[in-house]
Design a protein around this ligand. Structure first.
Ligand code: AMP
Ligand code: GLY
Length: 426
């Protein structure tokens, strides 16, 4: 099989790495890929944009690609699956209609309400005055969300009514472009977040191991929100009892309601949950794709060949597959970021020591990296590397990741030293 992976992050490096572990996969192409996928044996980067559907379609047809796996939400929301399916290509990832579950928070909220999925109480507004008076009536803390895709920056958890009002104004003044035509105001939930990613072919739903990421830049989960500074799996907070309820009360209800709207959803359905201290949970958001960095800790534990599962979803025969097999133990990933992230940071810094870390058994997934003209690996983004350890338990997995980090250097490198603090000793 020849597989084309769309995207250029740590998630796509992990997908390419995992796909290449299967005997059935002879080659992987990444559009556009990064310094990590460029260095992976049997993997080739193709310099096309993720939303250049015509270019991707032509390339895939000319190169005999058997399967396209889409990483990020933006091409899914723009309809990459619809376009490539029309060209006769097999694509893993929902069509444009299905991707609305992530691309419009108002649409997703209406779906959850219709389906009876537990979620925070919310109201949708199209203009600032009504949104502000609603916030005043509800009081703080309260959550303000831009409706559309905003690269993870469209949500404000407001501690005061004033903060919520500023967030509403920023959204309606166009801070997020057309993503801000609607605003969703939501009750503020407390508890621990967990990501449940499930594979589905539109009929059958198979959850992957639950994962938890650390979103804040600072140790002790403090400071600004980021795209994620580290993650671990399987997250013990999502107990078997909770996972069984997520299956029936969240995933099955979502797929049934999508189906009732004529949406044949094939791909990853990712439920971001908040689990309250009493064990009750609510859905914060749905995503229409693999999580990043959750994928980097889920795939190292996957035993079943990934391309078999993905093809079974695309060909709607997931129900015929045996249960997904997992390796025992745990995985943890620590993000090495560029100093200054999530604010301003330098690019083009030479990265050394990844081979040494890899030789010691650590898996280094590249996120924001590229090859420079001298063929050196250099930084090209805020989150640069996902240094991933596995082991019999969390302590071993976390220790392996941090040992790997000791070998790796680039100017300004920053990482949190407390990834997995909630699962220490487990
Ligand atoms: P979302 O993109 O909707 O998941 O929001 C991004 C992040 O904002 C989540 O991962 C949470 O950390 C936070 N968040 C979203 N909705 C809520 C809520 N209702 N209560 C508390 N925190 C929230
Ligand atoms: N790790 C959060 C996300 O992928 O949306």
């Amino acid at each position: 099989m020849k597989v084309l992976v769309v995207g250029n992050g740590g998630r796509e490096h992990a997908l390419a790495w995992k796909l290449l572990q299967s005997k059935q996969v002879e080659q992987v192409f990444c559009v556009p890929g990064n310094g990590g996928t460029a260095s992976l044996a049997l993997c080739q980067n193709i310099p096309l944009a993720v939303d250049d559907f015509e270019g991707i379609g032509k390339y895939a047809l000319n190169s005999g690609i058997n399967l396209v796996v889409v990483g990020p939400e933006v091409p899914l929301a723009k309809g990459i699956t619809d376009y490539l399916n029309n060209q006769g290509l097999k694509v893993f990832g929902p069509d444009r209609a299905g991707a609305q579950i992530e691309a419009s928070k108002a649409w997703a909220k209406a779906l959850m309400q219709e389906a009876g999925i537990p979620t925070a109480k919310a109201a949708v507004f199209t203009e600032a005055a009504a949104a502000k008076s609603y916030v005043k009536a509800q009081g703080a803390p309260i959550v303000v969300k831009a409706d559309g895709l905003a690269a993870g920056k469209g949500v404000t958890v407001a501690e005061t009514v004033e903060q919520a009002h500023s967030a509403i104004e920023a959204i309606f003044q166009g801070q997020f472009g057309s993503a801000g035509e609607f605003v969703v105001i939501e009750e503020c939930l407390i508890g621990q977040e967990v990501s449940v990613l499930a594979l589905t072919d539109g009929l059958t739903i198979r959850p992957l191991l639950p994962a938890q990421d650390h979103k804040r830049i600072g140790e002790g989960d403090t400071g600004e929100n980021t795209g994620g500074m580290g993650a671990y799996a399987p997250a013990p907070i999502a107990t078997p009892e909770i996972m069984a309820r997520v299956q029936t009360e969240v995933l099955e209800r979502a797929i049934a309601t999508l189906k009732s709207k004529g949406i044949d959803y094939r791909g990853v359905l990712y439920a971001g949950l908040m689990i309250a201290p009493n064990g009750e949970f609510k859905v914060l958001e749905f995503n229409c794709r693999f999580g990043d960095p959750e994928t980097q800790v889920i795939l190292p534990l996957l035993e079943t060949p990934l391309e078999e599962l993905i093809l079974a979803c695309v060909e709607q025969r997931l129900g015929e597959m045996p249960p997904i097999a997992w390796k025992p133990g745990a995985a943890a990933t620590v993000v090495a970021a560029a100093g200054g992230y999530p604010g301003e940071y330098a690019k083009g810094q030479v990265i050394t020591g990844t081979e040494k870390a890899t030789a010691a058994g650590v898996t280094v997934f590249h996120a924001g990296t590229t090859l420079n003209q001298q063929q050196e690996i250099v930084t090209a983004g805020g989150r640069v590397l996902n240094v991933t350890g596995t082991g019999a338990n969390f302590d071993d997995a976390i220790a392996q990741a941090y040992t790997g980090l000791e070998s790796i250097h680039f100017p300004g490198m920053y990482y949190r030293r407390d990834i997995g603090h909630r699962v220490k000793g487990q």
